[in-house]
Design a binder for this molecule. Structure first.
Ligand code: HEC
Ligand code: HEC
Length: 406
């Protein structure tokens, strides 16, 4: 068991490094192709980007985990390895503040048009409302933007729909150099550019003790900010604390349906997925239940986008994807890795009548007689009523996660 896992991690490491190399090479290629526009190094550095508005007393990012409800604290304490914060990069308030500025700063893209926040909007639980996002030169991304919420609770090597990033520190530098998303030609160019913007050296000093701008610090600060974004203040969480006395009958029935139809086996942790249990609705990998490490919910019988399989090259991973969290799902339309479903109604209709068998489909669906669970109209509206209880309004309005350039 341990052996397989470490082998798998090794495979990810190798795949991750290969991808970073490939990305760098492909970005370089783009720049050498005599395209119109500035080459690396001569791109316009904004002379005077307006300084961010930061609070006099720093926001509390360190304490965000303490604000989690007691049942969630207990769950986390029972699963200590679930928090992926590395010993070398604990959250500090100054570090996460720098991360917040970096996250919303368009200077991180080659032509100053895109920040991380351009594709991860706070009011949409950090997604962007379109099937595929527009990058710095107007080209669109391959897949649907993902919510960057509760990321500290995902296991290592689970970032992106195809889980290609080894950890958050590695992940955060990838969009900056991606030749569709933000297009910076190299990390050296990024460092030089940010070092020339007057508000950065003091922010780096406050966060890391010296003014030097390095990509390592950029990755660590962005990761600290992302890890501070937790969401456990929904009506569902309040319901857990009050035996669901705040729930309507429809919402209660929706939760029951998610458990009896095994939705929670994939979209929550397996140990609390059964009827009557308190599901965390944190996502987990379902290793042991399925063939691969992600999962497949029967969108297609033959996948053009191979998902995790494209990274691992294993037959069992072809067409499998990271299982998304259902927290705040009412805010994260459109749905699935390619944004194919515009509404929650469409997504639920898929599970009702649209499931296509394929070799790697999750065991919850394999060999089903019908193309789906054949929900009644009431089942569907109850499920959607329940899913809406997972919305956390404080997440989308909390000023400590908001754009400081506005
Ligand atoms: C042009 C749009 C765009 C920009 C800019 C962008 N992202 Fe993303 N982000 C995406 C898309 C699309 C995905 C899913 C990509 C995939 O899986 O292949 C994603 C996925 C992610 C994920 C994975 C989440 C998960 O649950 O696995 C993280 C973390 C993330 N982005 C953080 C960032 C950070 C940090 C920045 C800025 C440095 C950034 N993004 C900039 C569009 C964007
Ligand atoms: C076998 C595991 C599995 C089961 C069981 C399962 N899902 Fe999913 N679900 C997934 C995967 C994997 C995705 C992403 C698929 C993709 O994009 O290719 C997904 C995506 C979704 C989405 C879209 C989320 C987003 O952010 O795009 C919703 C909504 C959803 N599932 C609801 C449900 C409901 C309701 C049930 C029960 C009827 C259910 N799921 C059962 C694995 C599962």
């Amino acid at each position: 068991m341990t052996k397989t896992i470490s082998k798998r991690n090794l495979a990810y490491l190798v795949a991750g490094v290969a991808i970073i190399l490939l990305n760098t090479i492909s970005c370089k290629k783009e720049n050498n192709r005599n395209e119109p526009g500035p080459g690396p190094g001569e791109h316009p550095v904004p002379n005077n980007p307006s300084a961010p508005n930061l609070p006099g007393t720093l926001y509390d990012y360190v304490g965000t985990r303490n604000n989690m409800p007691p049942y969630m604290q207990a769950f986390m304490n029972a699963n200590p390895t679930l928090d992926n914060t590395p010993a070398g990069n604990p959250i500090t308030n100054a570090g996460a503040t720098l991360g917040r500025v970096l996250f919303y700063d368009k200077s991180l893209s080659l032509n100053n048009t895109k920040s991380c926040g351009s594709c991860h909007h706070q009011d949409k639980a950090f997604t962007d409302g379109v099937a595929r996002s527009e990058g710095f030169e107007g080209k669109v991304t391959r897949r649907n933007s993902m919510p960057v919420v509760n990321l500290r609770f995902f296991r290592l090597a689970t970032m992106f729909w195809d889980m290609r990033a080894k950890d958050l520190e590695t992940q955060t530098l990838m969009p900056i150099q991606d030749h569709i998303e933000m297009g910076m030609p190299s990390l050296a160019a990024l460092e030089t550019k940010l070092a020339g913007i007057s508000y950065y050296p003091p922010l780096f000093k406050a966060a890391f003790g010296s003014e030097a701008v390095t990509s390592d610090k950029i990755a660590r600060a962005l990761s600290q900010f992302l890890r501070s974004i937790v969401s456990f203040n929904s009506r569902y969480d309040q319901g857990v604390a009050t035996q669901f006395s705040n729930f309507t009958p429809a919402e209660k029935n929706g939760l029951r349906l998610l458990q009896v139809d095994f939705c929670t086996e994939c979209h929550s942790d397996l140990s609390t997925s059964q009827p009557g249990q308190t599901s965390s609705f944190l996502i987990v990998d379902n290793t042991g239940l399925n063939t691969g490490i992600g999962s497949n919910n029967g969108l297609e019988s033959n996948y053009t986008d191979k998902g995790i399989g494209e990274i691992t090259n294993k037959p069992a991973d072809q067409g499998t994807f990271k299982i998304p969290s259902l927290r705040n799902v009412a805010l994260t339309a459109p749905y699935m890795h390619d944004g194919r479903f515009a509404t929650l109604e469409d997504a639920i209709e898929h599970y009702s009548t649209g499931i296509k068998q394929n070799p790697n489909i999750g065991i919850q669906f394999s060999g089903m007689q019908n193309e789906g669970l054949l929900f009644s109209a009431k089942d569907k509206s109850d499920i959607i009523a329940f899913l809406k209880t997972l919305t956390d309004q404080s997440l989308v309005t909390d000023p400590k996660y908001a754009d400081p350039f506005k």
